[in-house]
Design a protein around this ligand. Structure first.
Ligand code: UTP
Length: 408
């Protein structure tokens, strides 16, 4: 893109300030800035002016979960079906590790966090060990795809290599990076992070499949015969991945996606809840859950919206390809964004000062034809690390790891 083309694009979106320092830059920096301007989607930034319209929901009705007694009664059958699929190479695992982990407040990728107390035990290590359990049980390797972002890619790859992938076979580990999105002030003006660089932030975990395709890994998945992708978050150290029983139940029930869920601890717990929206599977966020929905009962008199998602989904690859062209809703999130002030000084704000723009994997559920919410025991499978202390923290995860016999 030439300077004139960049100027024209920026004028169209009211972002001309991004060229303020252009003349001070070296030729190489100028080229990089122009390339970044060319690559940035500025269309989406308009959305911050009508944020409230973005979260409009359809008609919410309950979606029954497969609960523990039914799972126990069929465990053997489901597990056999799941193991068959895994042994046939039909299941891949996708670790979403492109997030910034700002709440944890470490500069390193979240997976590098050491949860050990008397020994080193990293988040990545916990996750890989959990997956290795299934590798051992099935006696076959499972392809593990790891999504990073420009902000943490190098550090993640270096760390995992240094630790020899914690025993995972390297030829079964595949990295890809997600896209970035511009970060703006409250008026939708993109911040400069440096004189020749726009502020960007990872564009949410919803772009994982598109990014994976762009990296050529979808082709590779086809060649390997992968038909299911188990997508999961980096921060749940008790996460069961490629769980044969879960895989088998989703296949047996002829669903195109399975979602691991936990019974809510309180009606107002801050988790997204499985439901139907306009008759299709969906997830309603805790802040969208009205009192009426919170208190609604199903035909057995149990709470109708009682199962929260834990970011562990099993997607049919064919369905993912079907929805590839569909746009996901945009989420605009308040955030602390480092920026250059009027005087050209770099500022690291202590309080949120603008927006980042994200797509979320949970919105992909609504694009699917059918979904199986699959209950898991919270104390055994859900120990998210979002914060240092308090709820969903290093402290609470450590306690849960110990409860499950993991030596810290
Ligand atoms: P979170 O919603 O907890 O976001 O991500 P985060 O960025 O990691 O943490 P905070 O909000 O800044 O504290 C849930 C999962 O989605 C991944 C994260 O790595 C985590 O596994 N994620 C999130 C991405 O892969 N990319 C993103 O752009 C955002």
């Amino acid at each position: 893109m030439t300077f004139a083309q960049a100027k024209e694009k920026l004028e169209k979106y009211g972002q001309e300030h991004l060229l303020k320092y252009y003349d001070e830059l070296s030729a190489q920096e100028q080229d990089m800035l122009l390339a970044q301007i060319a690559a940035t989607d500025m269309e989406i930034l308009e959305a911050c002016r009508h944020r409230e319209e973005l979260s409009k929901k359809g008609v919410i009705t309950p979606l029954a979960a497969m609960q523990l007694p039914e799972i126990e009664a069929n465990r053997e059958e489901f597990t056999a079906i799941g193991l068959d699929a895994i042994r046939a190479g039909k299941v891949g695992a996708v670790l979403l590790a492109g997030g910034m982990g700002t709440r944890l407040g470490s500069d390193d990728p979240k997976g590098m966090f050491n949860v050990g107390m008397t020994r080193e035990l990293y988040i990545f290590e916990c996750i890989i060990h959990n997956l290795l359990d299934v590798v051992t049980q099935a006696d076959t390797w499972i392809h593990l795809f790891i999504m990073t972002s420009d902000k943490n890619h190098e550090a993640t790859v270096k760390f995992l290599k240094e630790h020899r992938f914690f025993g995972y076979r390297e030829s079964f580990v595949h990295f890809f990076t997600q896209e970035m999105a511009a970060a703006t002030d409250y008026e939708g003006k993109i911040f400069l992070e440096e004189k020749g660089k726009l502020s960007t932030s990872p564009n949410g975990n919803g772009g994982w499949f598109i990014s994976m395709k762009k990296a050529g890994l979808l082709e590779m998945a086809h060649e390997e015969g992968i038909q299911w992708m188990n997508v999961f978050a980096v921060d749940n150290v008790l996460q069961r991945i490629a769980d044969p029983c879960f895989v088998g139940a989703t296949i047996r029930k002829n669903c195109v996606v399975g979602a691991k869920v936990v019974r809510k601890s309180t009606p107002d717990e801050k988790v997204g809840v499985m439901c139907l929206e306009d008759g299709r599977p969906s997830i309603v966020e805790y802040y969208e859950l009205t009192r009426e929905l919170m208190e609604a009962k199903d035909e057995n008199g149990d709470p109708a919206y009682n199962f929260g998602v834990i970011l562990n989904y099993l997607f049919s690859v064919a369905e993912l390809e079907r929805i590839l062209e569909q746009r996901l809703p945009l989420h605009i999130v308040e955030k602390k964004i480092p920026y250059l002030d009027e005087a050209g000084e770099q500022i690291k704000p202590q309080e949120p000062n603008g927006y980042k723009y994200e797509n979320l994997v949970l919105d992909m559920i609504h694009q699917m034809e059918s979904c199986l919410p699959f209950e898991v025991v919270r104390e055994k499978e859900f120990a998210p690390i979002k914060n240092r202390t308090g709820v969903d923290s290093v402290e609470s995860a450590r306690a849960l790891l110990q409860k499950n016999g993991v030596q810290l």
